[in-house]
Design a protein around this ligand. Structure first.
Ligand code: IMP
Length: 499
């Protein structure tokens, strides 16, 4: 006989937080949103913690290298979409790992044996007045000198004059060492009145140039999510079909965390994939999605570093309509968080969980965190911003961005959904849609984070850990939902005149 869950499946909108006593120091400025994303033992720290509990969805319309850089800069993580050829996904990861705000790879380079004529020709093409002179003329060759417009006089120097006789040689240059931060580089620039500071490694090989003019634009963000080399942390999605080819390429590109992207993760395929990755690579791997205790424990026993929770709640998702599987996101999180805590009690191993999909209002994020999620994953939220990879269009009077599901025909993501080996979907599990354009990631994030921190203060919590322990959450009735919005007033809008 079938097993019945007679309690209804609940969504975030059915709950509210009840304030606790706030003390004077419950001030948003004192709140930290730091959160672990990979498993750790009691008394130890997670190898990777986010500075804000946000990840962007493994979706073509959301997470490319541009979003990954923007979100890591703000303290979160993107999982670059896996529904693309292995080489292009690895190239995106490589870009994120190689990106350093304010540090640019030199684009005008020459060898010492070239001439002033060559310099002028190059300048005409690139427009750059600073040329790096390296032994092989490449951007990362051994740095031998720098030439700027101040090093030659066109009225006097013959065009045949050699670069090596014009350049300021390395022995006279001020330079920064590999690993220097942007603010340290900026200090050197000011101290020595430079326009450009080359950064070299121990073999004198050129890594980057830092320009005086770039500092204000790229000032370091205190929340940036960096690895020990000061590169951004990068995540990437994989599937349970081509992982033996995809994972090595992603690891080679420097990926920090993988996640298996699947609409239903409670499967032997996922277990096998995690075990393969853990046996062959030193890389973190999350799995999912599941919606109950059994699914969570199965994947944890398989070796998962974190578990993603949610089936059918995504904004573009039609899985529930098409297949009749899924669970209200709040109910799923509550049950899995309880299983995670029991597992921790029993084994001393904490396995973070991610609430994936279904976030509509900013307060849903706070609720997910209060219910026990360690971080959230969002698609629609991020798709609205300048940094998402899709086109911005004008539809009627409104600007929108394109946003489609990984289970829509448009994504052509055969690996995420079981199509019986066919290169087509038998039926779709996602739609192709628009979302309202909302501007830049940072300006939206600032508001969302301010709301979360403010609510945490209302709940008497200065950390997410404290929020989980102290939160008091109430179910709301259908009629009290009406009470929650503006009601029984005439809203002012532009159509009213004569005031
Ligand atoms: P959102 O934040 O509500 O937009 O949900 C995003 C999540 O929806 C993703 O992280 C995926 O878990 C899920 N998802 C993405 N594409 C599809 C789809 O086509 N069908 C069902 N779920 C999807």
């Amino acid at each position: 006989m079938a097993h019945y869950y007679m309690e209804p499946s609940r969504t975030f909108s059915e709950f509210l937080l009840i304030p606790n006593l706030s003390m004077k120091d419950h001030n948003p400025a004192n709140v930290t949103l730091k959160t672990p994303i990979v498993k750790f033992k009691k008394g130890e720290q997670s190898d990777i913690s986010l500075n804000i509990p946000f990840s962007s969805a493994v979706m073509q319309a959301v997470s490319d290298d541009g979003m990954a850089v923007a979100l890591a800069r703000s303290g979160g993580i993107s999982f670059i979409f896996g529904s693309q050829p292995i080489e292009s996904q690895a190239a995106m990861v490589r870009k994120v790992k190689g990106y350093k705000a304010g540090f640019v790879v030199s684009r005008s380079n020459m060898t010492p044996e070239q001439s002033l004529k060559d310099i002028l020709a190059l300048k005409k093409v690139t427009g750059h007045s600073t040329v790096a002179i390296t032994d092989d003329g490449t951007p990362n060759g051994k740095l031998l000198g720098i030439i700027t417009g101040r090093d030659y006089r066109l009225s006097r120097d013959p065009l045949t004059k050699l670069v090596k006789d014009i350049m300021t040689p390395f022995s006279s240059l001020h330079y920064g060492k590999s690993g220097i931060t942007l603010s340290e580089a900026n200090d050197l620039i000011w101290e020595h009145k430079l326009n450009c500071l080359p950064i070299v490694d121990e073999q004198q090989k050129l890594e980057f140039l830092v320009f005086r003019k770039d500092y204000d634009e790229h000032k370091e963000n205190p929340s940036e999510l960096l690895d020990s080399n000061k590169s951004y942390i990068a995540g990437a999605g994989i599937n349970t079909m081509d992982y033996k080819e995809r994972v090595p390429a992603l690891v080679e590109a420097g990926v920090d965390v993988l996640v298996i992207d699947s609409s239903d993760g409670f499967s032997e395929w996922q277990s096998e994939t995690v075990q393969y990755v853990k046996a062959n690579f030193d890389v973190k791997i999350g799995v999912g999605n599941v919606v109950d205790r059994e699914g969570f424990l199965y994947l944890v026993e398989s070796g998962a570093d974190f578990v993603k929770v949610g089936i059918g709640g995504g904004s573009i998702c039609i899985t529930r309509e098409q297949k009749g599987i899924g669970r209200g996101q709040a109910s799923a999180i509550i049950e899995v968080a309880e299983a995670r805590d029991e597992y921790y009690e029993k084994t001393g191993i904490y396995v973070p969980i991610c609430s994936d999909g279904g976030i509509v209002h900013d307060y849903h994020i706070t609720l997910a965190l209060a219910m026990g999620a360690d971080f959230v994953m969002m698609g629609r939220y991020f798709a609205r911003f300048d940094e998402s990879p899709t086109r911005k269009l004008k539809v009627g009077n409104n600007y929108v961005k394109e946003f489609w599901g990984e289970g829509s025909n448009r994504a052509r993501n055969w690996q995420r959904y079981d199509s019986g080996g066919k290169q087509s979907l038998v039926f779709e599990e996602g739609v192709d849609s628009y979302v309202p354009y909302a501007g830049s990631l940072q300006s939206n994030l600032d508001k969302t984070l301010a709301k979360i921190k403010s609510t945490m203060c209302n709940c008497g919590a200065k950390s997410l850990e404290e929020l989980k322990q102290k939160a008091r959450i109430t179910l709301v009735s259908a009629t009290s939902l009406v009470e929650g919005g503006a009601h029984d007033v005439i809203l002012k809008d532009n159509t009213l005149s004569g005031e």
